[in-house]
Write a protein that binds this ligand. Sequence first.
Ligand code: B16
Ligand code: MG
Length: 214
Amino acid sequence: MKAWIFDLDGVVVDTAKYHYLAWRKLAAELGFEFGEEHNERLKGVSRMRSLEIMLEVGNLTVSPEEKQELADRKNGYYLEMVSGIDSSEILPGIPEFIQRIKAKGGKIALGSASKSGRMILEKLGLAEQFDVIVDGNLVQKAKPDPQVFLEAAKLLKVPCEDCVVIEDAKAGVEAALAGHMHCVGVGDVEMLGAADLVVSDTTKLLKAVFPWEK
Ligand code: B16
Ligand code: MG
């Protein structure tokens, strides 16, 4: 495989916990509780779609202007929460996995829905490892649309069939397959079973993907 396209949240770093805390804080201000049981639905989906899901949970209807204000407010909380993150938050096994791919001449891209994708990679000290960074600023269509991964393949100049996407969200696995790419799921096999290979966590990636190597 010539190119490896990494999702960010849930694959490179667990920013989901900060997204969740920020949505939770917003929900509390709006007068309802946003529990962990709803959090799975937010993974991999855009900020606006996440807000719509959150409002659905709280049974609230708001105007388009209020929606924008709420999305901006949540993002403000999120940015404050991630302002201090550093390389200690990179998920285990990811630096070694990236190194092995690069040592074999593979290319690395980011394919994230997050508009803060590049900034987070920079804070983690990983931005230089990525040949191409495609985040929420470069795409209009959210996963499960394959746009984010197709854009990464295009910028890398690698055909889709030579790309592998690493994803932790169902919508992300669906996006990879819709883009005719290979896909490795990280997480629950029940949820990500459509992927070509599923590992339970990031520490298992290296061995599962390159089983013949030490
Ligand atoms: P932002 P990924 C996604 O990142 C998150 O999983 C999702 O929860 C979030 O709503 C989305 O990014 C947008 O993030 O508000 O920072 O633009 O998994 O695609 O790397
Ligand atoms: Mg993700």
